[in-house]
Ligand binder design. Structure first.
Ligand SMILES: [Zn+2]
Length: 451
């Protein structure tokens, strides 16, 4: 019931008291809490809405505080968080745009002839398949922060019990206000050979990034390059098995391929994974031996598989730390939206930083070789670099964010003899105590200066 909230803030569990107003209905539907977020789960309102297009009931009016200080909720926040993060709200019929439009055989043919298809025809087909994406009401475009907004609402309700504020472990190490990661999926041999140049560009702006390689079929493994990437402080990860578009078609096939992927991961010394085309089924991730994954989009309107995890913070899927992709990829920006400026990315970054979230960028070496797109990547790096300086953001490798998130999840807050809140656990020296309190109806976070 309260676990998702306690995990999100890493606050002492005994300071949180949420209970559901029983019984919750068996029916699951959309609802709101009087803010911009939209939620999906079991609740006990009589109006059940199955479609995000319809007006949903406002359940904030049904939340109650008892005189003893218990917070009674007409829904279960942990269930709602899971429904959004694992995309359980996506109905099967709408999950995959390509699956909706083309039959299995047609898709197989599409993937088989795709490499030989003129680029313009490919882009035209993709634009046609994604037609109407801008009319999708949920998740919220261009960034969905429903999880963040729900946590705020819960904090708000809980704050009535803790007028001095709720202590928690700050989201990022050393008091950083957010984090930036840059990652690159390497699609072809041409992209692979462009990696050194891409590292030069990225390094010039004081960033390091991760490269996801396809271990089978697409191109030869280049060990000299892999060593160079590691030596320069960048990161080597895996990008599926062979990028044929069928990794998540059925569980048996996935299981077989996962064993091969795990073998490659050991040989590549890869800690991170991203699924090709962002095809995914988080229920199967437990078969993958990775420290972290980057296959969950925040809002997937421009991806073949629709949905989105509705959060700008990392979270756990079984043993794996999920680092969601919180911004639009370069490919749809250039080819579907046909934009060659930073406007959308800037808008997304600002939205993410309002919630102290993770700015996660996916730039493909293959798509920034030509001068026009390469220039866009250059301006993006300059923008992110300035943003990191002015907003005090953590310029991190994806694996560093994953390590931190795992460490933070194992840390504990305790009170010393004077009653001051302290943090214990591995990595606690980098962690900071913070307080969440309400000021003028808004949530305010105060960071405690390190002793
Ligand atoms: Zn790819």
């Amino acid at each position: 019931m309260k676990q998702a909230f306690v995990d999100y803030y890493q606050c002492p569990s005994e300071l949180v008291d949420f209970q559901t107003i029983t019984p919750l209905q068996q029916q699951t539907g959309y609802f709101n809490l009087g803010d911009a977020g939209l939620y999906f789960g079991q609740h006990n309102h009589q109006q059940v809405v199955h479609n995000a297009h319809q007006d949903s009931p406002n359940l904030l009016l049904d939340c109650q505080m008892t005189p003893e200080g218990h917070c009674l909720l007409p829904f279960n926040p942990s269930e709602v968080a899971e429904n959004l993060r694992l995309e359980r709200y996506v109905s099967a019929a709408h999950a995959n745009v390509l699956k909706r439009i083309f039959s299995y055989t047609a898709r197989q043919t599409y993937y088989a002839i795709r490499p030989y298809m003129p680029v313009n025809i490919r882009k035209y087909l993709q634009r046609r398949a994604l037609h109407g994406w801008d009319k999708i009401p949920f998740p919220h475009w261009p960034v969905d922060t429903s999880i963040e907004q729900m946590m705020h609402k819960l904090l708000y309700l809980n704050a009535q019990v803790h007028p001095k504020g709720l202590p928690f472990i700050w989201f990022w190490p050393k008091g950083y206000q957010g984090a930036v990661i840059i990652s690159h999926d390497v699609e072809t041999a041409t992209g692979r050979d462009f990696c050194p140049k891409l590292m030069d560009m990225t390094e010039a702006h004081e960033f390091r990034s991760s490269f996801q390689f396809i271990p089978e079929k697409r191109y030869e493994r280049d060990d000299k390059l892999l060593n160079q990437i590691r030596k320069r402080g960048f990161e080597v990860n895996l990008h599926g098995l062979n990028h044929d578009g069928h990794l998540f078609d059925n569980y048996q096939e996935f299981y077989k391929r996962a064993q091969k992927i795990n073998e490659h991961a050991r040989s590549y010394q890869a800690e991170g994974f991203r699924s090709p085309v962002m095809y995914r089924n988080p229920d199967w991730f437990k078969e993958l031996d990775f420290s972290y994954d980057m296959s969950m989009p925040n809002v997937a309107h421009l991806d073949p598989q629709r949905g989105g995890c509705c959060t700008v913070m990392p979270y756990f899927i079984d043993h794996i730390v999920e680092l969601p992709l919180t911004t639009t990829q370069d490919y749809p920006l250039f080819n579907i939206l046909q934009r060659y400026n930073l406007e959308l990315w800037k808008q997304q970054c600002q939205e993410i930083l309002k919630h102290h979230g993770l700015i996660s960028m996916l730039i493909h070496p293959d798509y920034v070789i030509e001068s026009r797109t390469r220039a866009v990547y250059e301006t993006l790096l300059a923008y992110l670099s300035k943003l990191a300086d002015t907003e005090n953001l953590w310029r991190a490798l994806p694996k560093e964010v994953a390590h931190w998130w795992r460490q933070r999840s194992r840390m504990r807050l305790y009170q010393d003899q004077e009653g001051a809140w302290k943090i214990r656990g591995e990595g606690a020296e980098n962690a900071r105590v913070a307080f969440a309190r309400v000021e003028d109806q808004h949530i305010v976070y105060d960071l405690v200066d390190p002793a």
